[in-house]
Design a binder for this molecule. Structure first.
Ligand code: PXL
Length: 272
């Protein structure tokens, strides 16, 4: 039994698959991968990046799995980058069973990532409709819902409005991450099909590439094991915050991405 993780692969520095694989495996989830592209490094902070597009490779790999009768008991998608890869991810979901987590990686700080097309949010909605769990950050939640009046501090009403639209696309569960709160600090707003909970945390004033992947990987791994959704979201938030704190404390160069060892150590300390 394995799940299929569909993300890009940064050969050096931590982001996407180089975070997803160790975290899910540490949680006991057998993880197969379908890389959408192979990058020399993650893209935030390096000005010379070698990128090998693997769109055709994805199709060949999935066809081989079909011929071999290999199937997956869960699919977890992250950075995809274009609509053709979204189509391939949907094909992979069609031939899988088990929970689907879609992290609709498209932007941050109110902006689409450079090199992504303006119609990606519309395309991403097609994938979100196939998800059981979604983990957009606030920017991505605004792009998906069209409720986009800029990044500002949000109150309960704003958050409920965003979640109402995201739920109307289909996902029973989800978390909107990194929400600046009227009440102070940042928050993750989670829904579990029955209720909504807001988990607030201290704004450390720093981010590291891969922190979102760490959050979503812990959340997915724990829910696959049958932990409660809100409990999993809280562990994921604490572990991601701890990893950011430790990455800052050790003076880690930001572009190397989130430091994984503190996250893995914290998972072990919590006996996850
Ligand atoms: O996992 C996040 C991610 C992956 N790949 C690329 C990204 C990002 C997020 O910024 O830009 C290319």
């Amino acid at each position: 039994m394995a799940i299929l993780a569909i993300h890009d692969l940064s050969c050096y520095s931590k982001s996407s698959l180089t975070v997803v694989i160790p975290v899910l495996e540490a949680l006991g989830v057998e993880t197969a991968v379908l890389p959408v592209s192979i990058l020399s490094t993650q893209t935030d902070g390096f000005d010379d990046i070698a990128a090998v597009d693997n769109t055709e490779g994805m199709e060949h790999i999935l066809s081989a799995y079909n011929r071999l009768g290999i199937s997956f008991e869960g699919v977890y998608t992250g950075y995809l980058g274009d609509s053709r890869r979204i189509d391939i991810a949907i094909k992979a979901i069609d031939s899988s069973s088990g929970p689907v987590l879609v992290d609709p990686v498209m932007g941050d700080d109110g902006k689409l990532y450079p090199s992504l097309s303006d119609d990606l949010p519309q395309q991403m909605i097609r994938l979100v409709k196939r998800a059981d769990i979604i983990t957009p950050n606030l920017t991505e939640a605004m792009m998906l819902t069209g409720l986009d009046d800029g990044i500002r501090k949000l109150g309960q009403r704003d958050i409920h409005d965003l979640i109402d639209v995201l739920r109307s696309f289909g996902p029973e569960k989800g978390v909107i991450t990194s929400i600046p709160l009227v009440s102070g600090g940042l928050g993750n707003a989670a829904w579990n099909g029955k209720e909504i909970r807001l988990f607030s945390y201290e704004d450390l004033g720093a981010s590291f590439p891969g922190a979102g992947d760490l959050f979503a990987s812990v959340l997915y791994g724990l829910t696959l094991r049958g932990d409660s959704f809100f409990g999993s979201a809280l562990h994921a938030e604490d572990i991601a915050c701890r990893a950011i704190e430790e990455s800052l404390k050790s003076g880690r160069e930001r572009r190397l991405g989130i430091e994984l060892y503190p996250a893995l150590r914290e998972m072990s300390r919590r006996m996850l």
